[in-house]
Design a protein. Sequence first.
Length: 622
Amino acid sequence: MIGWGGNWLGKTKQMITRTIQRTIFVLLFLTLNSLVAIGPHDEPATTSPNVSQSRKPNVLFIAVDDLRPTMGCYGDGNAITPHLDGLADRGIRFNRAYCQVAVCNPSRASLMTGLRPDTLGVWTLPIHFREAKPDAVTLPQWMRRHGYTAVSHGKIYHNPTPDPQSWSEPIRNLPRLPTFYPEGTRDVVRKAMNELPANDWRKNNLRGPATSAPDLPDHKVLDGARTDLCIEDLRRLGKSQQPFFLAMGYIRPHLSLVAPKKYWDLYDPDKLPVLIGEKIPQGAPPYAMHNNSELSHYVDLIGMPKPWDDDELSADKARRLVHGYHACVSYVDAQIGRLLKALDEEGLRENTIVVLWSDHGWKLGEYRGWGKMTNYEIDARVPLIIAAPAMKTSGQSTESLAGLLDLYPTLCELTGLEIPDFAEGKSLVPILRDPDAEVHPSVTSQYYRKHEGREYMGYSMRTDRYRYIEWRDFGTGEVTFQELYDHSTDDGESGSASNLGKRETKNLAETIEPSVLNRLSSLLRSTHPPRKLNMTPAVHTSPSGPGRLPVDMTFENRADVDVKVYAITTTGRRGRGRTLQPGASITLNARIGGAYVVESSDGKIHEIHSPSWPMRTVVIGQ
């Protein structure tokens, strides 16, 4: 929160009328809690009699997976998003906010730990950040240390490992939900898998269709059911004297594109933009684009063409995906509307900071691409809205550069907490006070790529005018390729909606004035100096000779809560967790050099163990 200083209220409080007293009381609350601006909200909510007005503000932390700025408040005339638009009216909309990595796991891990991907050592999907950096302190952990109750629903971290250390309570399980695919879908998938070649990676991993429009009520589909639970917790936590950090992570519009039929019916698919005849950026390296493999997981898109193929996705299939994406955005918008309505009904608006963010953007045919996973504007740019109580800048937007990495220090300052030394972002509070303020001269995204047996890390830096991309050898830091795009002159609008901004169309690195390239490269290196990177995380199986010595390893749970035991691979991936109830034990066939992570369901236990000779029993919770 933003500190304003002063304590002149006490001596005058008893001498003023009730009306003035209420106003001054609000000012005192803002002084003590350092909020964004002095002055009551335009539409104050009724104060709950059960809540102390001197406590720190709550935080409602809303994540939406794979959401690009397909929202009315971002200028998309096709999107039907009244509740998101309403949230923008009561907060500040960041028009140039960017993720750290344009794929779920590393983006979320970076945001939640406050660490750059290179510091954390998480750049790809499989590795849980606890194996990369076991002592990382997440944003909800930090807030719990300072008196907050932290509760989570849905996808905040990359599934399936939700990080129980972060939360005050175990994550609640959903009720059983009906299938959202038509009857017979399983037989269609099984038949398609049988017809795949024996060496096809989807032989036992093929999914149902990429889209579905079930005729079900909202709460019988995943995000609606999760919203029900989140609202229950919102009402419960709002009655406590302890401030809360309540995280709600929506899975849609992530694939598969599933939303109740009524949200599909909001749109005329023939009026939605479908991009045909797109081209990849001219002069880009061959490893710049992703291969669209994410969609080829689905039975109706097995033959998904790559961006560089001669063929492209048919107009009918493209239209179906665009339609499904918009339907999912409207479905999530409705659930967020329910959540914000509950916030108002509980009288919590005046003491709750609301943050809306997405983990990365998404391509709907741009560059002949579908999905995320590039270093370009369409994938790196994300919607970001911050609404704090009594903001004088409510309803405004900003062109100032921001990164998701900045949310950690921003929420610390907004809630009056110390910003930890390890946080590598910068607080966006100056921009919340003044939308024209500048916090960053540039923000950087990055993406790991493997191409023809060689590994690369691409660093993509966005300045006010340029997007500069520097590809480096992953193991040495040697520069292998440079890309430069001038966003002040590039003429490629992203689709038919101006809200998605300029496109990268032609690499100018070889034709631009060398001094420009050198200046941008120096700016990038000031935050991301070239160095050797290592994909192997801190916790991993470490082979110790041929075959490794086999040894049994026993885990005994003497804690009063369930624990999970995860075997860790040589690459740091978690195997399937084995649950141990209180009093239970398990003996595993281990090998010297192996590694295991033990976590309790309440987050109080996080231990790392390796087998030894002779065999030993690991006692948990002793």
